[in-house]
Design a protein around this ligand. Structure first.
Ligand code: ZN
Length: 484
């Protein structure tokens, strides 16, 4: 089994990803490196904790932030990087940086540079210091986030399809396999009472201002961390226990129906627990339920939570199993989260057809392992690829048992598409390597990354958090939908 794995790794390294593994190095010309080496060279650090305090001034539309990131260097790496998108766009947002206690100047190239990488649009902040291996290093950054004027809300707004994560709000490494424990503190500087929900433990703490703290209690991908802060009087919050899971649903007054959401979850959560295993987050499920509005729906899943419309509710909650606890290693491997989620919905139809044997695509190979976002064909062709796996295993029930096995054994151990094939073979003896290579690596289509809009499913829509018209008017905002 080991040998087979090695042969396949060799094939994948040297035949399938020539662009990825051929890197120009200044001294030795072209060199061949593995995917793991590429990830280490790009992301450089292994974060253990991210601690951020957010001082939110809702009527002034800004948030003063102080973040402390503790990390070690990845194998063979010495020069650290971090992602913090607002600072990359505008260096003026940074007030101060210290690295291991040394003050650095963000505008001085001998301290800090903004760098890019072949294969991704994502830039990084590189600190011009070489750090020791096997030692915990500390980065401390103070910065200011400017929020759009209009409705007073401060929240995570991740868009996984485009690979935009919480590096919009705090310093992290934005790639699914980089797991860290998060400690976030939110202080709202306003006499208006606010409400706060989010991933995991959200404790209201006593202070001179309104304050909440969030502890993810375990290491997880930054782009799965959720929080929402909004004026309490604009919202309704209801809580229920469903099958032992503590469920909190918040919605705008005059917005989506919390009762409808609870009714559907009364069916859905027990079904998922029966089929896939215990609910993956010990503190339950927090939902910010938004109205469908002008869009067809949409939603985004997070660890222990979702910001979603009713239209995408079941889809997003399914992702708490596949997406937020069973995590893929890179964004391009995240086609699997969508494919599995869509497959689970689509395969209820007995007419649902598997991917044709002769199908070829570059859903995985069409982008670098360090690129952000994933291929939109995940929702359609990807789901049909999962149907082909199901047929191979004997049907829908057998596939669900396999998915339960993978979830049970590989949660929080990010894996690639090829690893998934290993798990399939370990579990059932079925080897679909040749077919997966054709279906996901050997095609040469171009232009699919963005995808034709007409073929988008509602789950691809960016979730729209605009409040109902009545609430907008209350704040003197008239028909001013924020630009997407
Ligand atoms: Zn999805």
């Amino acid at each position: 089994m080991r040998k087979l794995k090695m042969v396949r790794k060799f094939l994948s390294m040297y035949l399938l990803f020539p662009v990825v593994v051929l890197l120009l190095t200044p001294s030795a010309g072209y060199s061949l490196i593995s995917e793991d080496q590429l990830l280490d060279r790009t992301f450089r650090i292994d974060i253990s904790t991210i601690t951020v305090s957010f001082d939110y001034f809702p009527w002034e539309y800004y948030v003063d932030c102080r973040a402390v990131v503790e990390f070690t260097m990845r194998p063979g790496q010495s020069r650290p990087v971090i992602h913090l998108a607002p600072a990359i766009r505008d260096s003026n947002v940074v007030n101060s940086i210290t690295l291991n206690g040394e003050a650095l100047n963000f505008s001085d190239e001998s301290d800090v540079r903004i760098i890019g990488f072949e294969g991704t649009t994502q830039q990084a902040i590189e600190f011009q210091r070489d750090l020791e291996a096997d030692t915990v290093h500390t980065l401390d950054i103070s910065y200011r986030l400017t929020l759009p004027e209009g409705y007073p809300r401060f929240s995570s707004k991740v868009h996984d399809l485009e690979g935009r994560g919480n590096e919009e709000l705090f310093p992290t490494i934005n790639t699914p396999h980089e797991l860290a424990r998060h400690f976030l503190t939110f202080r709202v500087h306003s006499d208006t009472p606010f409400r706060c929900i989010g991933s995991e433990l959200m404790m209201e703490t006593f202070s001179t201002v309104q304050e909440w703290s969030l502890d993810t209690e375990r290491e997880l991908a930054s782009y799965t961390v959720m929080f929402v802060l909004m004026p309490e009087e604009d919202t309704i919050l209801e809580e229920r226990i469903i099958g032992g899971v503590h469920v909190r649903i918040m919605a705008y007054i005059g917005g989506a129906s919390i009762d409808t959401a609870f009714d559907r979850l009364e069916q859905w959560l027990p079904e998922l627990e029966t089929n896939l295993g215990p609910f993956p987050m010990p503190r339950g499920l927090s939902i910010f339920l938004v109205s469908s509005g002008a869009t067809r729906g949409g939603g985004m899943e997070y660890y222990g939570g979702t910001i979603t419309t009713l239209g995408a509710l079941e889809h997003e909650v399914f992702h708490l199993y596949y997406g937020c606890s069973t995590v893929n290693k890179t964004f391009r491997d995240s086609w699997m989260d969508e494919a599995i989620t869509m497959w689970y919905e689509n395969s209820v139809d007995p007419e649902y057809s598997p991917i044709p044997e002769n199908y070829m695509s570059n859903i995985v190979s069409g982008r670098s392992p360090i690129a952000v976002g994933f291929d939109r064909r995940a929702y359609t062709k990807g789901a049909q690829i999962m149907e082909a796996v199901a047929r191979e295993l004997g049907g829908r029930a057998e596939m669900i048992a396999f998915l339960s096995y993978v979830h049970g054994n590989y949660s929080f151990t990010p894996f690639t598409t090829l690893d998934f094939l290993d798990y399939l073979r370990d579990y059932s003896g079925v080897d679909m390597t040749d077919r997966f290579l054709n279906w996901l690596y050997m095609g040469d289509e171009t232009g699919y990354a963005a995808g034709p809009a007409s073929r988008r499913s509602s789950h691809e829509d960016e979730v729209d958090m605009t409040p109902p018209e009545g609430l907008l008017k209350k704040y003197g905002i008239y028909n001013k939908r924020r630009p997407k």
